[in-house]
Ligand binder design. Structure first.
Ligand SMILES: Nc1ncnc2c1ncn2[C@@H]1O[C@H](COP(=O)(O)OP(=O)(O)OP(=O)(O)O)[C@@H](O)[C@H]1O
Ligand SMILES: [Mg+2]
Length: 392
């Protein structure tokens, strides 16, 4: 049956994992894989109730490049973990280590408690069924209908056609594409193609969904609908999702936790709202640049380091500190004028996260120190950005 399926796909018998599992960049490596072993039934034992993935000091070099330079990371059951980093940071290498397409030089990859980085092809195949993958370019088979694309992983498992189609119908309903079951991919929009990709990734009831830039090829509105779908699947099925992206907006809309990767190392990790509120590393600040309030350029260009008529103060607040009437308390407790020149409060994971820029007239160092001490006492972080000569 598998031979017939591979022949249908136009590939040689021993051509590696199914083509929908391949991303173009890994085609050569994956051609080494052996598809004839797809049916091997090895059970993967769950490790603990909370860890679907655990990476321990993972290293992978390509010549002089350390693509992964000691990555340790945990993905907990039922969470959406976002991994973000610049191009070349090591994101795809990391994801390929998870499904066994890449072998680390050292370190451990535990999927549901089982160390997989030294497994042979034969043992990797059942593991790959525990992992669904969604790709940037969808990787649908153009000669197959939508329902056959979705049912493909079940065909590999050897399920009878009637069962495959019943499951495909269920999944198409889940992703809102029931009416397209008999259509071919060419007649679908990008967003619809990605819905098919998601349905197919869920066909074999995976424990983990990996998404490598799943929305990068989509327009903003379609991106929002695909992200909403992933969030809905996560909530309804309790499915654990690891998503890789270079867009902070993706992390902000659906991730519970975020890990920032740079030059093969995790440089920062935490709850999304906390990382947004208080980014520790320069790379995180730079990735957040577009969606956190910045001092408007017309004010920034007038900043002077020394004395000036007004001091420009940046105030960062989050969580409890952002729920308080901070500015009215400030004017009551530290009398003196100040003006709000820019900023506001946003919400990330239902938590208020805000940045305010205020101008404080006068050059009274004691007054400024009292303002800063009050704000610090209320849980806010402050930074004197500089001074301006006149009113901004
Ligand atoms: N097969 C390979 N051979 C040689 N170098 C590689 C190989 N795969 C990855 N690299 C290098 O390892 C580093 C990490 O690559 P990786 O593809 O993981 O980055 P990425 O974070 O996914 O980037 P992007 O956002 O551009 O997809 C890069 O410097 C890349 O050139
Ligand atoms: Mg990549």
């Amino acid at each position: 049956m598998i031979g017939a399926w591979l022949a249908e796909m136009g590939g040689p018998l021993l051509s590696g994992p199914p083509s929908y599992l391949r991303s173009t960049e890994t085609e050569t490596e994956m051609n080494q894989h052996v598809a004839a072993e797809l049916a091997d039934p090895i059970r993967i034992q769950p490790a603990g109730p909370d860890d679907v993935v655990r990476l321990v000091d993972l290293k992978r070099r390509f010549g002089a490049t350390a693509a992964l330079d000691g990555v340790s990371l945990t993905v907990r059951k039922g969470e959406i973990l976002g991994i973000i980093g610049r191009s070349g940071a090591g994101k795809s290498t990391l994801i390929r280590c998870l499904n066994g397409l890449e072998r680390p030089d050292s370190g451990q990859v535990l999927i549901e408690g089982r160390e997989i980085s030294r497994l042979g092809e034969r043992d990797l195949q059942p593991l790959r069924r525990r992992i669904g993958m969604v790709f940037q370019h969808f990787n649908l088979l153009s000669a197959k209908t939508v329902e056959d694309n979705v049912a493909l992983p079940l065909k590999i498992e050897g399920l009878p056609r009637a069962e495959r189609l019943a499951r495909a119908a269920e999944l198409l309903q889940l992703v809102g594409l029931s009416e397209k079951a008999k259509a071919y991919p060419a007649s679908l929009s990008g967003g619809q193609k990605q819905r098919v990709g998601i349905a197919r990734a869920l066909a074999a009831r995976p424990a983990l969904l990996l998404s490598d830039e799943a929305t990068s090829a989509l327009d903003p509105e379609t991106t929002r609908s695909i992200l909403a779908l992933l969030k809905d699947i996560n909530a309804r099925l309790g499915l654990t999702i690891l998503l890789i992206t270079h867009e902070m907006e993706v992390i902000r809309s659906i991730a519970d936790r975020v890990a920032v990767i740079d030059a093969g190392r995790i440089v920062e990790e935490g709850a999304v709202w906390q990382v947004f509120a208080n980014p520790k590393s320069e790379i995180t600040r730079s990735l957040l640049g577009g969606i956190r309030p910045q001092l408007p350029p017309e004010i920034a260009s007038r900043l002077l380091p020394g004395e000036g008529a007004e001091t420009i103060l940046r105030i960062d607040v989050a969580g409890e500190a952002a729920r308080r009437p901070l500015l009215s308390e400030l004017s009551a407790r530290v009398p003196g004028p100040f003006r709000l020149v820019h900023g506001g409060i946003d919400h990330v994971q239902q938590q208020p996260v805000g940045t305010l820029f205020v101008a404080i007239p006068g050059s009274d160092a004691l007054h400024l120190a009292a303002v800063i001490a009050f704000l610090k006492d209320r849980g806010a972080r402050t930074e004197v950005l500089g001074h301006v000569a006149g009113s901004v």
